[in-house]
Design a protein around this ligand. Sequence first.
Ligand SMILES: Cc1cc2nc3c(=O)[nH]c(=O)nc-3n(C[C@H](O)[C@H](O)[C@H](O)COP(=O)(O)OP(=O)(O)OC[C@H]3O[C@@H](n4cnc5c(N)ncnc54)[C@H](O)[C@@H]3O)c2cc1C
Length: 329
Amino acid sequence: MSSHYDVLILGAGMAGLSCARRLQDAGKKVLVLEKARGLGGRMACRRTEKGAWDHGAQYFTASDRDFAAQVAAWQQSGSVADWQGKIQAWDGQRFSTPSATQRWVGVPGMNAPLRALADGIEILFDVKIAGLEAIDGGWQVLAGEQSWQASQVVLSTPAEQVGPLLPAGHALATLAASCQMEPCWALLIHSARPIALPFDGLFINQGPLSWLARNSSKLGRGSEENWVAHASPEWSRQHLELTPDKACAMLSRAFGDLFHDMPVDGLPVFKLLQMSAHRWRFASGALPVADLPYALSNDGLALAGDWLAGGKVEGAYRSGSALAAALLA
Ligand SMILES: Cc1cc2nc3c(=O)[nH]c(=O)nc-3n(C[C@H](O)[C@H](O)[C@H](O)COP(=O)(O)OP(=O)(O)OC[C@H]3O[C@@H](n4cnc5c(N)ncnc54)[C@H](O)[C@@H]3O)c2cc1C
């Protein structure tokens, strides 16, 4: 079976969906193909009977004017809110307060603004694209027995997932190969009792962990006492191939050790905690900022993604949106 579109977009993360939204609003026939079961990419949420966790992106900032206008619209419609949590930094000896910045979160989960962007857009989930073939007047995108055709294809996957999809030696594959991405192991923690730590988000500047956040301090998460810890890029790289169970065991110990020298009461009771680990193989990384936050070749292929625009959620939005404008121009 084969279907024809104006633009096929691979990936339903912030870059792919901001691109799709703008193209479809301008009248293009667009299809988004996503390998996961839901949208969000690195802004996805994990839900279980113990509540929910934002296990990827924790919050985002909005310094770009267009993105700030979009965030204001999402705030108006209730899919985004200001994170009022108390944010601290810990260097192993003392707390400090990071410089003030407005931190935005999706409501009720980080992927909420993506749901807003995706409204009315045709998306197929559980479709892992295996490759692309040049055809007369465009491209054929292949996944198992299925294929789709378009004159334009946008790849919005993390840089390291671009190369295997493109014809060998393609200039866009060479560009993507020049961007190295770092992994991140995430620890998802559920406590049967409230944990009375004096912060809601903590930057950690020593040891295996680099970040800890109280998920329930973000609007709309419910009352479950759920926390997320992220391992540092160094630790995650060194322990990349652990099984989730082994990573969970090691990070649980690191979580316990974190509090040894911390001047806090209300430490978590470990037997009342349940934990699991998730690996983000391609969590972060970006090329040096260039004039254009996307890459476009004249054969109908284009790249968008955070890694082309400084990394982060805001960069992903800027990349996808600017690419759509270029394709429409
Ligand atoms: C642990 C972690 C913490 C982070 N913290 C923050 C933070 O606090 N603030 C911030 O601003 N940013 C943060 N980020 C980064 C932020 O999440 C990303 O910058 C942003 O979400 C990237 O969006 P994207 O659309 O470029 O890529 P992605 O979100 O990665 O989307 C790419 C999509 O492509 C899909 N895909 C890949 N290969 C295929 C294929 N072959 N076929 C079909 N689909 C495919 C993927 O499943 C994915 O859905 C964090 C990321 C991680 C992992």
